[in-house]
Design a protein around this ligand. Structure first.
Ligand code: N01
Length: 546
C-alpha cells in the first residue's frame, strides 16, 4: 500500500464512518482508494458476494469487453498499468473480475468492503448533518458523506410474462448467472432478448446446445468485434504507449481510442465512402460507431445510407433471406441504440438447429411449466435465458429509499426525469455524490475513464470540505435547473432521442418507464470535464457550502 494512504482502521463493529460508498464495482473500488488517500474512514457496501460490480454479476457465457481492454483498466497507478497484462484486445469477463480483485488486494482495499450487504435506505439527518444508512437486514450505519457507485446497468428486469415462475427447467436472467457451470449439451435452449448481452450469449452457446430458439422483439445493428489475443510484441507496444493513449482518451468524446471522422457523409465520392465503410467494418471495436462520418448519428439521410450498408452485410452473411430481413432493424437507424459487437453472430442463424422467432409477428403469450407459449403454439425448452436488460441508470437508485432534506425521496424528485447538478448531485440531498449518475458523461463513455473523472472530482470536493471546515454541501435549485436544461438541450439534435431503448430510459417491463428521458450528458467527456473543473475552480459555484 502506498505510504500516502493512512486510513483510520475500522472493524466489523464500527458503525459510523466519514464516508459510505454504495457498490464495489469499478467506481466504488476507486472511490474507496481515493477516500483512503484523504485519510477518511470508509465502508463500502456491496450487494454481491464479491467485488467487481458488472464484472461480478454478468458471468454469462460470452460476456466480455467491447472497449479495448487496455483502454478500460484503471489509469491512476503507473505500477498497476505496468504489471497487468491483458490477454486479449477485448477481455472476457473472468479476466476482468480477476483484474478487479487484483486491484482490491494490491491496494489493500478489501478490509473496507462489506459484501452481501444491500443498502435498503439512506436518510439525511439535518440536525446531525449525517446520513443514516440501513441495510436490508436492518443493520444501521452513519456517515458524513454518502457516495453512490451503483452502476447504470445493475437493476436487472424480467419480462412480465404470465407463468414466468412456473417453468420447471432452468432459467436465468443473464445478470444473475449462476457461478456453477451450465451443461448445455443436447439441451433445448431459449434466449429472450437480442441486445448486446443476448448477442454475446447466443453466439457463444449456439455451438454447444441441442437446439436454440432466439426470441427477438427488436433487431439491432450488430457489427464485428474482431477480437484477437494480444501478442507479446503488442503488449510491449501497448505499455510503452500508455501515456500517449491516455492523453488521446482524454480528448475523444467518449474516451475511446476512436474519434469521429471530421468529414460529412456526402462530402466524399460514393467510392470513397464505400471504401471507408468497408475499412470500418473490418476494424476492431467501436470505430464503426465512434469514428464514422461526423453526421452519421445526427443526419437522417447519412444515417439511412450507412444503415443500408450494414443491412447489406447482414444479407450477405445470413443465408435465408427471410431470416436476414428479420435481423435487419426496420424502426431505427444504425447507432441510435447501443451497437452490439459480435463474433459470428449472424452466421449462427445459418445453423440447422437455430430458430429465430420475431415476437412482434409471433408474440409470447405465457411461460408454461415446460416451455414458452406463443401465438402459434407452445415451444418446449430445458433452459430459458432472459437477456432482457435493465431498468437503466435510474433503476438502481429507485431500488434504494433515499430521503433528503424534509424526507423528500430521490425517486419523487426524479419522477418526471432526473434533475441533477453535473450529474453528480441533486438539490435537497446534501453530502450525496452520485458517481455515474444520470446527466453525467459517464453513461455515454468508456466507463472507467469517466468513472475516474467522477471519483477524482468528488474526492476533491470532499477534500475541499475537510480543509475548509465545511460540514454540508448541496447543489442550489438554480444550478440544478440550469444543468438539467443544458443536458436536455445538448441531446435535442441527436437521433437516438427519437428511439426507444435503455439509452432513453424505456423499459416495457417496469411500470412508468414508458416516457423517453434524457439520461446522459451528450456534450462529450472533455467538455463535461471542463465544466466540472470550472465549477471547482470557482469555489464550487452553484453549490451552498456550510
Ligand atoms: O439489454 P438491452 P442488454 N419481451 O436492454 C428484449 C451493456 N453491455 O443486457 O429491444 C421480449 O440492450 C429487448 O427487446 P427491445 C451495453 O451498454 C455491454 O442486452 O426492448 N423481449 C432487447 O432485445 C448494453 O447496451 C457489454 O424490443 C424483451 C433485450 O431484451 C447494455 O449493457 C455486453 C422483453 C434487452 O436488451 C444492456 O444490454 C453486454 C420482453 N418483455 C451488455 N423485455 C459489453 O460488451 C426485454 N426484451 C461491455
Amino acid at each position: 500500500m502506498p505510504d500516502t494512504m493512512v486510513a483510520p482502521s475500522t472493524s466489523a463493529e464500527t458503525t459510523t464512518f466519514d464516508a459510505i460508498v454504495i457498490g464495489a464495482g469499478i467506481g466504488g473500488i476507486y472511490q474507496l482508494y481515493r477516500l483512503r488517500e484523504l485519510g477518511l474512514s470508509v465502508r463500502v457496501f456491496e450487494t454481491g458476494g464479491g467485488v467487481g460490480g458488472t464484472w461480478y454479476w454478468n458471468r454469462y457465457p460470452g460476456a466480455r469487453f467491447d472497449s479495448e481492454s487496455y483502454t478500460y483498466g484503471y489509469a491512476f497507478s503507473k505500477d498497476l498499468l505496468k504489471e497487468w497484462n491483458w490477454s486479449e484486445h477485448f477481455a472476457p469477463q473472468p479476466e476482468t473480475e480477476q483484474y478487479l480483485n487484483h486491484v482490491v488486494d494490491r491496494f489493500d482495499l478489501r478490509r473496507d468492503i462489506q459484501c452481501h450487504s444491500r443498502v435498503a435506505s439512506a436518510a439525511w439527518d439535518e440536525a446531525a448533518r449525517m446520513w443514516d444508512v440501513v441495510l436490508d437486514d436492518g443493520r444501521a450505519y452513519r456517515c458524513r458523506f454518502l457516495i453512490t457507485a451503483v452502476g447504470p446497468l445493475s437493476a436487472d428486469t424480467l419480462p412480465r410474462f404470465e407463468g414466468i415462475g412456473d417453468f420447471r427447467g432452468q432459467s436465468f436472467h443473464t445478470y444473475r448467472w449462476p457461478h456453477e457451470a451450465i451443461d448445455f449439451a443436447g439441451k433445448r435452449v431459449a434466449v429472450i432478448g437480442t441486445g448486446a448481452t443476448g448477442v454475446q450469449v447466443i453466439q457463444t452457446i449456439a455451438p454447444l446446445v441441442g437446439s436454440l430458439t432466439v426470441f427477438q422483439r427488436t433487431a439491432n445493428w450488430c457489427t464485428p468485434l474482431h477480437n484477437k489475443r494480444i501478442t507479446e510484441e503488442e503488449q510491449a507496444k501497448i505499455k510503452a504507449g500508455y501515456p500517449a493513449m491516455f492523453e488521446l482518451l482524454r480528448q475523444t468524446p467518449g474516451c475511446y481510442i476512436h474519434n469521429t471522422d471530421p468529414r460529412g457523409t456526402f462530402e466524399v465520392s460514393p467510392e470513397e465512402r464505400e471504401a471507408f465503410w468497408e475499412r470500418l467494418y473490418a476494424e476492431p471495436g467501436f470505430s464503426i460507431w465512434m469514428a464514422n462520418f461526423r453526421d452519421v448519428l445526427t443526419d437522417l439521410k447519412a444515417n439511412a445510407l450507412f444503415s443500408e450498408f450494414v443491412a447489406r452485410k447482414i444479407r450477405e452473411r445470413v443465408k435465408d433471406p427471410t431470416v436476414a430481413e428479420r435481423l435487419i432493424p426496420k424502426g431505427h437507424g444504425f447507432g441510435t441504440r447501443r451497437v452490439p459487437q459480435e463474433t459470428g453472430y449472424y452466421e449462427v442463424y445459418n445453423l440447422p438447429h437455430v430458430r429465430l422467432v420475431d415476437t412482434r409477428e409471433t408474440p409470447i403469450v405465457r411461460v408454461t411449466e415446460t416451455g414458452i407459449e406463443c401465438s402459434d403454439g407452445v415451444r418446449e425448452f430445458d433452459i430459458i435465458i432472459y437477456a432482457t436488460g435493465f431498468d437503466a441508470v435510474l433503476g438502481s437508485f429507485d431500488r434504494i429509499d433515499v430521503r433528503g432534506v424534509g424526507g423528500l425521496t430521490l425517486k419523487e424528485h426524479w419522477a418526471d426525469g432526473p434533475k441533477t447538478y453535473l450529474g453528480l448531485m441533486s438539490a435537497g440531498f446534501p453530502n450525496l455524490l452520485t458517481i455515474v449518475g444520470p446527466h453525467n458523461a459517464s453513461t455515454r463513455c468508456n466507463i472507467p475513464r469517466c468513472i475516474e473523472q467522477n471519483v477524482d472530482w468528488a474526492s476533491d470536493l470532499i477534500r475541499y470540505a475537510e480543509e475548509h471546515g465545511i460540514r454540508r454541501f448541496e447543489s442550489t435549485q438554480e444550478a440544478e435547473a440550469d444543468w438539467s436544461r443544458h443536458v436536455e438541450e445538448l441531446a435535442a439534435g441527436m437521433l437516438y432521442t427519437q428511439v426507444d431503448s435503455w439509452l432513453t430510459g424505456i423499459n416495457t417491463n417496469v411500470e412508468g418507464r414508458n416516457v423517453r428521458r434524457v439520461l446522459q450528458y451528450q456534450g462529450g467527456a472533455p467538455q463535461y470535464r471542463e465544466r466540472c473543473d470550472a465549477v471547482a475552480a470557482a469555489g464550487y459555484e452553484g453549490m451552498v457550502l456550510g
